[in-house]
Design a protein around this ligand. Structure first.
Ligand code: ACO
Length: 430
């Protein structure tokens, strides 16, 4: 930590020095760790809009510029030249792999794609009409009941095995959740296929027919996974870190992250966004929905628009939009009405004072659903695909936290506004 300067806080006539840490990129950070002990006050920041919860060297976002870096490499360059498993290696270990390191890593992930056979019975306890995210939260949490040899968070080898297991098995579990929901038999992983191709195979192959993975689709899916791999201290990642700070096992922590991701303000937005675009249906209905989004008395929001950190284009949305054009074009469905509505909606919103003044731009979820839909995924699978892509980010952040010597259990304080001391009144006298 580079501490060059200090800030002074004056409170009730007394002054307190606060160290100011200089990051490698981004705004300086006031260190308030000793504030309560020294000055007897808390800070108040619901939603953590001005609070850095940890030190990290994995991902950097400049929300004003619309820039996203993983270990210093821009997402645009990675999206153009790299692929999902290489980005996984980069996030987990800090450097781009050599050819030998990549092949070893891919081999390790590939050899862990199968799940314990008994897990098949576990799935059967769910209702068929369960949302695949509900199944995912439950099954990933239950991994701690199946893989006892990777639960010891103090053993670096076990942490490593847990990380590889989750990156390898999440696609298998997500595909099983999908198959279960449509009443089809589970399809075992096929390790001759690449990561995205294997997932497509597990989702769409059936025993009665041969399924050949379309390389256009597997490349596009790989890119979607890459664009979702990590995003610094967002809600689900912070959930994983908070759960992990108590020493909980890694499977339980990732299950907590999946639960948080499910919300429509976070990863659930991709499903909500496509459903919204379909509900709008035709370009002529867009003004009606824009008006609703602007109406303070209407809870409706444009899904796939706005971001806590980006006050400019989400760089992932740009790549995703190009991908949508490319994939739909290659599949010969470029006149897809949902894509037309999305593009027109974006054009209108970006010229509208409300969206311009609030710096609301399309986020990663605005176009991803259109691509996933074209691939044949039902909307209920959009968030599970986000979850399996983000697993590497969660695990990388979790591993970084466990290895951090300053790590403590996360325990925020509060601004209490409830009753003061009251005397208990017996039920007969209330
Ligand atoms: N449509 C209409 N108005 C919006 C939208 C939107 N999508 N997003 C924000 N606003 C408005 C708010 O009403 C608010 O207006 P006000 O200042 O007049 O009250 C202002 O913009 C700021 O919004 P906040 O909710 O305070 O911003 P916050 O940073 O808390 O929320 C969020 C960010 C949750 C992403 C929000 O923009 C949103 O709900 N978007 C739609 C859901 C979505 O797409 N989520 C995906 C996020 S990306 C991801 O998780 C992968």
């Amino acid at each position: 930590m580079d501490t060059k300067t200090k800030a002074t806080l004056t409170l009730d006539g007394k002054s307190y020095d606060l160290p100011v840490h200089a990051p490698t990129l981004g705004p300086n950070v006031l260190d308030i760790r000793k504030l309560y002990a020294d000055a007897g006050v808390f800070t108040y920041d619901p939603g953590f809009t001005s609070t850095a919860s940890c030190e990290s060297s994995i991902t950097f976002i400049d929300g004003d510029k619309g820039e996203l870096l993983h270990r210093g490499y821009s997402i645009d360059e990675l999206a153009e030249h790299s692929h999902f498993l290489e980005v996984c290696y980069l996030l987990l270990y800090g450097e781009l792999p050599t050819a030998a390191q990549l092949s070893d890593f891919e081999g390790r992930v590939t050899r862990h794609t199968m799940v314990h056979e008994q897990m098949h019975y576990f799935f059967r306890g769910f209702r068929r009409d369960s949302h695949p995210m509900a199944t995912l939260v439950g099954v990933v949490g239950a991994m701690s009941a199946f893989y006892h040899d990777s639960l010891d968070i103090n053993d670096p080898w076990q942490r490593e095995v847990a990380a590889i297991r989750m990156i390898a098995k999440l696609p298998t579990i997500a595909a099983m959740a999908f198959k279960y929901s449509v009443g089809q038999p589970f399809v075992y992983p096929k390790n001759s296929l690449d990561y995205a191709g294997n997932f497509l195979h597990m989702c769409f192959a059936i025993p009665a027919e041969d399924y050949v993975v379309n390389p256009i689709l597997s490349k596009a899916l790989d890119r979607i996974m890459m664009l979702h791999a990590d995003h610094e201290q967002n809600a689900s990642t912070s959930t994983v870190r908070l759960a992990g700070s108590s020493g909980a096992n890694p499977f339980a922590c990732i299950a907590a992250g999946i639960a948080c991701l499910w919300g429509p303000a976070h990863g659930g937005a991709n499903q909500a966004c496509l459903e919204m675009l379909r509900e709008i249906g035709t370009v002529d209905r867009i003004p009606e929905f824009i008006a609703r989004a602007k109406n303070k008395d209407d809870p409706f929001r444009l899904m796939g628009f706005g971001h806590r950190v980006y006050k400019n284009f989400d760089p992932r949305a740009k790549v995703m939009k190009e991908s949508a054009d490319e994939v739909l074009g290659l599949l010969g469905i470029e006149n897809n009405p949902t894509l037309q509505v999305a593009k027109e909606m974006e054009r209108i919103a970006l010229e509208d004072d409300y969206f311009v003044s609030k710096k609301l731009y399309p986020n990663v979820d605005f176009y991803s659903g259109i691509i996933l839909d074209a691939m044949g995924f039902p909307t209920s699978m959009f968030t599970p695909i986000f979850a399996l892509s983000r697993t590497v980010g969660w695990i990388s952040q979790w591993k970084e936290m466990i290895a951090d010597k300053d790590q403590k259990i996360g325990r925020p304080r509060q601004l209490y506004v409830g009753e003061k001391h009251r005397k208990y009144v017996d039920v007969r006298h209330r």
